[in-house]
Design a protein. Sequence first.
Length: 281
Amino acid sequence: MKTFELLAAAGLALALTVGAAVAQDSATPPAATPPAGTPPAAAGTAASPVPAPTPAQRPGAPATGAPAPEAKAETPPDPVGQGTGWNAEVATPGGVIVLNDAQTALVKTVNAYFNGLGDLKGDFVQTTADNKPMRGKFMVKRPGRFRFDYSRPSRQIIISDGEYLAIQDLDLNNEDRVSLDQTPFRLLLRKDVDLIRDAQIVELQESDDLIVLALRDKSPDAPGKIKLFLSTKPQVELKEWVTTDAQGLDTRVELSSLTKSETLDAKLFKIEAVSLNNFHP
């Protein structure tokens, strides 16, 4: 199974996953970059060659089905915010943002959040191209470990032990495995998170209560993009992310019921044989 296909199955992958074995010569064109000044719409597509669903809209986003402006999507927009409450900058396709002092401070805020993140668990909803949500529970234990248990009927487990990421199907009794270093999640779950050092920043937006940060790994072994949505009130908290594959197709994961007070057993993140793995729906 290709690593981008693993992404669709996992929904991740912190980006709690995008890998190296992707089709570089795909006939499907990349998704167009949204115009400057538009608050990010919640994505909901999957890493499979199917039509993209209509994304949920955020306040101020253009109406569903409205054609995207062609010229602005191809040129780097100026920071905006007049009348919208948003400051936004998006790089041209394949480009990166050269951070000014304020933007650097904003990225360092995100660094601090992930560096201060210990044990975390909660619920998730994954939306893919068929627009049918898949639900389940997740657990994270830094550095590098996470686990996603999908609710029935899927009985699927996505688990990382800090070195490898495995996707296990308990019904089919099979497993696909990839190195965690081939996914963008290594940037967010490593012991010392430094996105300025290790990532290419391709989008940065800020409002009074939300930070949106899209990035690519500088390593050629971990292609793909991940966009993070973090609330800032009452405190910085990861709310959702969208992973984008080489074809420009997205998978969205939303988090809820987050708990940080419980110390998670390290054994939960050990990759066991499929037949021995316990299911935590």
